[in-house]
Design a protein around this ligand. Sequence first.
Ligand SMILES: [Zn+2]
Length: 468
Amino acid sequence: MDVMDDQRNLSEQLQLLHELQYSDLDMPYQGASTHSNRQSRRGDSNTNREVRLLDTIALALTTGNPGDVIAAAFDKREKLQLVLAKNGPPTPDDVAAANEFISLIGARAVSNAVDLFPFLIRRCGANIDKRIRNLHTSIRDEELRNDFALALEAYEPEADITAEFPGADWLFGKYGDATPPIATVWGDFVEQITDSTSQGLSAGDFSKSKYTQILILADALKRSRFLKTLIEDRNLLTKDRKWRAEKLKRRLDKVCQYVTGISYLIQKSKRYFPIPHHWVMDTFTGTGESVFNLCENAYDAVSRGLDRPLSPAIVDKLDKDFPSIRSNWERQQTMHTCIHAELRLILHLGPPSTIKSPIHPIGVSKRSCFCCTLWIESHNCIFGTRWMTSGSHGKPYANWALPGAACSYAIQADGRSSVDKAVLKPVSTRLTDALDWHFPGQSSDSEQEELHRQLMDLAADLADQLPW
Ligand SMILES: [Zn+2]
């Protein structure tokens, strides 16, 4: 079986998982993705700093156009260099933007993130706009508004209301000496940010003051004691409220990330800029990168996933539960697979050294996908490397290409990569489980038989130790 056979099967399985709205986040699998590993990085300030710097660089170079993902890492083998990679080759615009950004960070006239607003709006306007609109959608959500109202009724604020919004005292100026209750202040801030995010940030409508207003309000809300209380709530009865509050916090963080990240970059590393840098331009061969068509009918893929022909009952349930699956499948039948940016960096930076590797952070403009996370974890496990990104969104992308022979040191006697194999198996298991969850009792008995066979093998090995 060559890499393209594996790739076709894998893309079909990933597309099906995507249609089933699968996410690996919080799943009970060993090594399942986590949204952010910020907590576990806390004890390692060097790694934490490097991840934040690299995430910011990658973010500042990404346009926000569909599929545009950038990754960044430091090559410390000789002279310190910044290495950049993209899902595919960089365009002349990407190269020019990286040159401009790197020289701006080092420029004497640039002392804070506001100085970079013109660059950011020009380069990342689409992404900033998307993040502002997502925040708007989240904060307008009626369930969340209801959560706020009910929680505020029972909430016990600090005696000094300004302590509820650390670092945002001057937002209270408009109230004069008459300090209103928390519910009023919270309601005012929420209304103001809802209003100021309603138009997004379309280029023609942009003003620096409007962007600044959004950032100030977003920062005040995300650091508020009240939101923190909702997020830290451990009551199972209010877990949906906690989930909605966490989602809002993520969206507030994302809106603020351009400013907080770039301020941090200037503060911590301006002296290293303009830093030498280069793009990954390698032509990888023997990979799953290609253009091909998936099978014509989504139901054939489901049938393969269940490992049996579909009964009329299953077809009915598919039509009812996933009414768009057939049309989506036809629309997305042609696959353009590519090796994702973070894996290009690993492949470019070459085989692991023989000495124990230190943690090697990779910054990415968005969280890593399900397969990149699996591939990186398997590579670390097999070769003793310690590549890491800041977290995963846990979603499957059917265009994810197997690195195959591009990771030459992983190729085994059968011609296939040990790291790729360590992705193929869990993807297949998750699809079987996801289908079994949607269509109980329909998946093949092969897994049960396999378990039974393993048990019998074990019993044979232990025959002389068993009590009968
Ligand atoms: Zn990925």
